[in-house]
Design a protein around this ligand. Structure first.
Ligand code: AMP
Length: 219
């Protein structure tokens, strides 16, 4: 299955993608995570991308498209993938269409998670991420058992530099200006499935399961 997961920052794309990966074994590709890894390793792409991430801006399309092109060549993704955070602009969507065509692939579904800005700002600014395994926590809604320590792997929890209130507000603006128009792009192709992202993690997951559970990979 080839899926896209869309929605504003903080709506729960990462959590949902990890769940889908666990249950349906569809490999997850997050462009945000690819960039954060590249920045940590100080690769040439990481050096190019760092300022954009810090400011909550999109990394230019040519850099992002090349990153995705390269990633999708990996043999792990030949049978299916779940793209999280890509595409984010119309030119990226067009580039993805070209990649799909070249490989004789098609997107089966675009999952679009929805929630209000106020809730998203509260969620992201309280979010903490494990440095080691990427597990997500929240200072109020999902506290770790030991303060600032990951329950899963014992790694240290930190706040992503772009998860502070000001940068989050800017990321939401960037989403509205540059990414929301993509919803129409996929709606016209009859691929878009809207999902309430405002509930608890369990409620949101149940909604996605209803949609994916009835999906036949041979369709
Ligand atoms: P995310 O983890 O998806 O919220 O992405 C974090 C940051 O990575 C974004 O604010 C952008 O700076 C960058 N990024 C991730 N995906 C893309 C994309 N498809 N196009 C441009 N920039 C991206």
């Amino acid at each position: 299955m080839r899926l896209l997961i869309m929605g504003p920052p903080g709506v729960g794309k990462g959590t949902m993608a990890k769940h889908i990966n666990n249950v349906y074994h569809i490999p997850h590709i997050s462009t945000g995570e690819l960039y954060r890894e590249a920045i940590t390793k100080m690769t040439p792409i990481g050096k190019l991308a760092k300022d954009f991430l810090d400011r909550g801006e999109l990394v230019p399309d040519d850099i992002t498209v090349n990153l995705v092109k390269r990633t999708l060549k990996n043999e792990n993704y030949q049978k299916g993938f779940l793209l999280d955070g890509f595409p984010r602009t119309i030119p990226q969507a067009q580039a993805l269409d070209d990649i799909l065509k070249q490989n004789n692939w098609k997107i089966d579904m675009v999952l679009n998670l929805l929630a209000d800005d106020e809730l998203l700002i509260e969620r992201i600014s309280g979010r903490r991420t494990c440095k080691k395994c990427g597990e997500l926590y929240h200072i109020i809604n999902k506290k770790p058992k030991i303060r600032n320590i990951c329950d899963q792997c014992g790694g240290i929890l930190f706040q992503r530099p772009d998860d502070n209130r000001e940068t989050v507000a800017h990321r939401l603006k960037v989403y509205q200006e540059q990414t929301q128009s993509l919803l129409e792009y996929y709606h016209q192709r009859h691929l878009l499935r809207n999902i309430n992202g405002a509930g608890t993690i369990e409620e949101n997951i149940a909604e996605v399961e209803k949609i994916l559970g009835g999906f036949n990979d041979n369709d």
